[in-house]
Ligand binder design. Sequence first.
Ligand code: ADP
Length: 485
Amino acid sequence: LKSLLADRDLLVSRAFVGGAWIEADDGARFEVRNPATGAVLASVPDLGRAETARAIEAARGAQVAWAARPAKERAQVLRRWYELMMAAQEDLAVILTAEMGKPLAEARGEIAYGAAFIEWFAEEARRIYGETIPGHMADKRLMVIRQPVGVAAAITPWNFPNAMITRKAAPALAAGCAMVIKPAEDTPLSALAMAVLAERAGLPAGLLSVVTSMRAAEVGREFCENPVVRKLSFTGSTEVGRILLRQAADQVKKCSMELGGNAPFIVFDDADLEAAVQGAIACKFRNNGQTCVCANRLYVQAGVYDAFAEKLAAAVARLRVGDGLEAGTDLGPLISHDALDKVEAHVADARAQGARVLSGGRRHARGGMFYEPTVIAGATQAMLFAHEETFGPVAPLFRFETVDEVIALANDTIFGLASYFYARDLSRVYKVAEALEYGIVGVNTGIISTEVAPFGGVKQSGLGREGGRQGIEDYLETKYICLSV
Ligand code: ADP
């Protein structure tokens, strides 16, 4: 991997704690593998609670001085971090693809997307406005100021090794918080490379730590039980989110949670079908179906069902599966054998219940953790993918008749992150957009993510928002000052 990088110092095999590059106290390490080949890329320290506690202590030490700096100075440091990240885009993309598997073009896109959060929140740092309120008595003057919550901790997933970190770290640092990050054990190298650049950008020592660890539960406990941590931000499964919320309850810690989704993608009979097919490909197969906003259930109205199914199956059959570092790859491998097993289980369950496979439906001939991009017709609400996130390259097509029917089906889930639909009738567009119980609705588009808009879910998909003007709110407290004159 090192030989592929222009800046070899970006490939790091130590953790970053309190401004120092460290080993685990007991010397333990774990290996990072390329999911496309199984090759070992590097090893990194396996830190536990003690090292995590030291990262938190260092964060406390650095945070107060950082918060006291004028917002413009914080913004300048963040701006430099953004520029260094864009200057290193190619190297960061190569590291990301190597450890995570997504095609290099998508990895480049993720670096630009991830860096954009730093740029955006550097700009927002200077707009943390308070307010004044007309007094309730003649001698009272009332003010509201916004202050950083203090030390924040983050636990992030492997599917966006860069952007899931910047969406948390950038608003936290912009607001004047310090942050300790535990990246996913599958993808620590991207996180460490970002820390190298943060250090070069002049971020004060201790303000940002990267705790690499296989002992996620231990690190999570320290985050929840250490009183210095005032805020926990998590992106990952709803299961783990519930555990962390329970643990955080003892100290009533603020929590932001970006959890699972089960996105419906609805095609109405007045849709532009070509556009809907393109949108479905972008939304379902990006990152090999491994995003929490990927379409999980495709509902197609009866009048266009067969035509849509045929066009989608034809388009999917043209997608190229391969190593993300090879030119021309559209879909990489799945992240793990567990992920592969889940995809197989969903397809087998659908087959057993009478669904028809229109395209794919098997492990890919390349072997390893590769699976064929798959389109399945005749899906029903009794099948596994109606209720669980598949997190893989499988597009199940459900047939529906009426608007009210599909709204009820789409909302029949504990999740509420992203949703999508294609329609042209204006009153239908409004009605459906308002009726979907989701934090995000894409209308006539399959791509909704941007740093300028609030991303987040309702129901069991989470708490809080990332990106947009709202994204910094999660790292601020409101203080009301009542002054008697
Ligand atoms: P995924 O299915 O994306 O792997 P997880 O929720 O298992 O989702 O993982 C997301 C992140 O949560 C990873 O960084 C992982 O190490 C971490 N994690 C997993 N289990 C726990 C736990 N019990 N406590 C804290 N963090 C955890």
